[in-house]
Design a protein around this ligand. Structure first.
Ligand code: NIG
Ligand code: FE
Length: 413
């Protein structure tokens, strides 16, 4: 199958150097070509260039971009989009002054979602989740990581991860699965945190691995959730089964989770609302991707991560949606870019790299996703004609996406 896209106003997010990540000042340099074509063959990018250099070519399908801008698809490296029901009551509680931690202590929060998930069948869970997956595909996401962590028992964690597997097998979006049994201590184990961590390490991880359901292991390493020692134990248990680590760190307090992630070679440390200079120093030269989730800071009214300090220290940073029912009920990566721009002073170009190539790197997949590069998977979207690439982030809620291409084919969902 060969797809030819012609009359593209601008292709952005081009990377001809096959970079694994984009760091520091380079994050603000946009690879682009105006008046362009792109050819996808057998699901991958085969060629692109200027329209006047388009060679004679036989294509199975020709798409006229009519002057629109072509972006690489978003690579959303942190979501919890498999969940049952919703939590707008807690949204009201927050408006009335309760904090995220207070809600959690009263048995709301993650445990509320775990109760709902326990009552839902796998089929019901799938039907809710697939709506959200199609929603993010329409909004430009082509690669997504989805976590478990609302099961909190072996049976229900497996149920969540089987839903993720089904999405992965059936949809053209690329999916990676993360086991997050240590998202909160299950209701039945309150007061017995050590026993719950034993269950995670000795029963859940082997059971998840036996069905090959998770690529990564994650822990909510933060004040009131899991300690550094517990986090280390869990990610090492995951590592024995080939799961690479990703860590929820420094959302509520400086937890040491960033330094632990670097020491253990985690793929990413995520959230980072609470960051000191030591955390930034620890990330220099590390392969661990600092990943910021401004949608959660926005929704919970928290302070935003210090993106400028990180980029100016020469780091690569990623942006993800954190799509979940409690702290970020949205998988809109364009909104995430707009928040990064308005609240964290990232330029739209920095935000684009953070939401594409660096997001792919936070899943260990930047060799295949995250930029317009010959040989990579042909995942991209095309907008209506827009005056500049920045306009896409600036006019952040205007429906601009006209075509979605996944694995080299037009997705018409
Ligand atoms: O990434 N911080 C921990 N976990 C999620 C929130 C989960 C929830 O409230 O349901 C997050 O923000
Ligand atoms: Fe999260």
């Amino acid at each position: 199958m060969r797809l030819l896209i012609k009359n593209i106003g601008t292709i952005v997010g081009i990377d001809t150097e096959h970079r694994e990540r984009i760091a520091g000042a380079a994050m603000d340099q946009l690879g682009r070509i105006d008046n362009a074509y792109l050819v996808a063959e057998e699901g991958r990018i085969a060629a692109f260039g200027r329209m006047e250099e388009l060679p004679p070519i036989e294509a199975d399908e020709v798409l006229d971009a009519e002057g629109g801008t072509l972006f690489p698809s978003f690579c959303d490296s942190h979501t919890h989009l498999v969940y049952a029901g919703s939590r707008e009551q807690e949204f009201l509680d927050k408006i009335h002054g309760l904090s995220y931690e207070e809600i959690a202590r009263r048995g709301g929060g993650i445990l509320n979602s775990a109760d709902r998930l326990g009552r839902a069948s796998e089929e019901e869970l799938y039907r809710e989740a697939i709506e959200r997956v199609h929603e993010i595909m329409r909004m430009g996401t082509g690669l997504v990581e989805i976590k478990s962590g609302y099961g909190l028992s072996t049976e229900n964690e497996l149920k969540m991860l089987r839903v993720v597997r089904r999405i992965r097998e059936e949809e053209p979006i690329e999916v990676r699965a993360t086991f997050l049994g240590a998202h909160a201590v299950a209701r039945d184990y309150i007061g017995c945190q050590k026993e719950y961590v034993d269950l995670v390490c000795e029963e859940m991880i082997p059971a998840v691995a036996a069905e090959g359901l998770a690529d990564f292991v994650d822990v909510f390493c933060d004040r009131g959730f899991f300690t550094l020692e517990e986090t280390e134990r869990i990610i090492r248990a995951g590592a024995r089964y080939g799961m690479q680590a990703k860590i929820h760190a420094n959302e509520l307090a400086i937890s040491g989770g960033v330094q632990l992630g670097v020491k253990e070679g985690a793929l990413s440390v995520d959230h980072l609302e609470q960051m000191g200079q030591e955390e930034i120093e620890a990330l220099k030269g590390a392969k661990t991707m600092p990943t910021m989730l401004p949608g959660a800071a926005f929704f919970l009214g928290m302070s935003y991560p210090p993106a400028r300090r990180m980029i100016e220290a020469g780091l690569a940073v990623a942006l993800a949606s954190d799509y979940n029912p409690g702290s970020s009920p949205s998988g809109n990566m364009r909104m995430v870019m707009a928040l990064a721009a308005t609240q964290m002073r990232m330029t739209p170009t920095e935000a684009l790299h953070a939401a594409t190539l660096n997001g792919a790197a936070a899943m260990g997949l930047s060799h295949d996703f995250g930029s317009i590069t010959v040989g990579k998977v042909a995942n991209c979207f095309i907008t209506k004609p827009i005056p500049s690439p920045e306009f896409f982030t600036y006019a952040y809620s205007t429906p601009l996406i006209r075509h979605t291409i996944l694995r080299g084919a037009i997705w018409r969902g």
